[in-house]
Ligand binder design. Sequence first.
Ligand SMILES: *Cc1c(COP(=O)(O)O)cnc(C)c1O
Length: 222
Amino acid sequence: MTQEEAAERLAGVNARIAAAAKTARRAAKDVTLIAVSKMHDAPEIAPLIAAGHRVFGENRVQEAESKWPALRETADIELHLVGQLQSNKADAAVALFDAIHSLDRPSLVAALAKAIDAQGRHPRLFVQVNIGAEPQKGGCAIADLPTLLGSASQAGLNVEGLMCVPPDGVEAAPYFALLAKLARDHGLPLLSMGMSGDYETAVTLGATHVRVGTALFGARQG
Ligand SMILES: *Cc1c(COP(=O)(O)O)cnc(C)c1O
């Protein structure tokens, strides 16, 4: 991708976010665009940084560790972990990421609390909710959310929001609305929802963070 293409795609996505925000009488600046760069390497990411974008997301700790330390020397980057996190990678995740969207179980509460305590770094935390109750997906069950939030709070973790990935192939809006309601019920201000196919819908339903890969970088090579 050339820098010109990167700038065009970025402007296009930002314009759609702004239009969706306007429809919902929200301020576009209250929506953070996370450019999900998983499976794209540094030469594909650099044009987006050159075009002025600063907020990026990855779904694997190891992949992020291999790409981002060098890219970060070029600009002041905010890096989000949007994929599942194994407890034995909690230390590495806390060291590298500015936000973690995949807190979803008690063992991870303990591991993150320990890592945060040891490093004195405080990534922004989202609890991932398995909003469609899909067995193959990460995220805590809706029924387990109050207990998980309680134990996070007891462990000294400051959870600020909820995250979800709705089921494929069906209308996402009802799932986004449900996640927004759960966040409201628990007094959590942040909502990480919406991907390339549905980020505008997510913005109209209150997303504060949209996670967009394909619409910015093009298709990922499997
Ligand atoms: C890959 C990924 C995205 C981005 O998906 P696109 O459809 O390419 O925009 C968003 N969120 C998560 C959790 C992902 O793994």
